[in-house]
Design a protein around this ligand. Structure first.
Ligand code: GRF
Length: 206
């Protein structure tokens, strides 16, 4: 499975995929990494693994790159790399409906909450404030509506009395690092199938 990864920050999830690829634990080739931030540590991780990168910074030379310009460049880059799957792992820009519809392969996103609860930002803080007993992470199909596409997989943990947003985030991240490679394995093995637009999903046991 040829995978392109979109990132904005640290890239710990990208690192998990790189490790799995290098160890032969996942049948994937990471064909390229796109970052919308030039200071993203994820870029260092990709370069260290000899993976091609494209930096489409949204504040290049003091000027904010509009989402349309970002998407035009991203489309060109993705066409060149020809991925079978696009993975948003800590990618913090909202993509337009036009762009999402134009991408001919499935696109999935890792979200730090048990969707459909807690779409958007500050999920850990909001879950604690609401007194949730459980929290976790989800991987869903990217659609035009933010964090609203079909949920493919989730991993859940218990929220402790003593949890802060930081402690909860740290534990959810550990879950993310398991959920992402597992989900990609399920896709690679066709246990989960997405149509070519990634708009409809069905799953079956092998
Ligand atoms: C993850 O917690 C992800 O759920 C959220 O951003 C974080 C990315 O972490 N959307 P990393 O860049 O993979 O380390």
């Amino acid at each position: 499975l040829r995978i392109a990864v979109l990132v904005s920050g640290n890239g710990s999830n990208l690192q998990i995929l790189i490790n799995a690829m290098q160890a032969g634990a996942l049948p994937i080739e990471i064909v390229g990494v796109i970052s919308n931030r030039e200071d993203a540590y994820a870029l260092t991780r990709a370069k260290d693994a000899d993976i091609p990168v494209a930096v489409l910074s949204h504040v290049a030379s003091g000027k904010r790159m509009g989402i349309k310009t970002f998407e035009t460049h991203a489309s060109t880059q993705l066409s060149a790399w020809q991925p079978d799957l696009i993975v948003l792992a800590g990618f913090m820009r909202v993509l337009s409906a036009g762009f999402i519809d134009s991408i001919p392969v499935p696109m999935i996103n890792l979200h730090p909450a048990l969707l459909p609860a807690y779409k958007g930002l500050d999920t850990h803080q909001r879950a604690i404030q609401a007194g949730e007993r459980h929290h976790g992470c989800s991987i869903h199909v990217v659609t035009a509506e933010l964090d609203a596409g079909a949920v493919l997989t989730q991993a859940l943990l218990e929220v402790y009395q003593k949890d802060t947003a930081d402690s909860l985030q740290a534990r959810v991240q550990k879950l993310e690092h398991q959920l992402l490679p597992w989900t990609i394995l399920l896709l690679a093995k066709s246990v989960i199938n997405l149509n070519n637009q990634g708009k409809e999903t069905f799953s079956m046991l092998p």
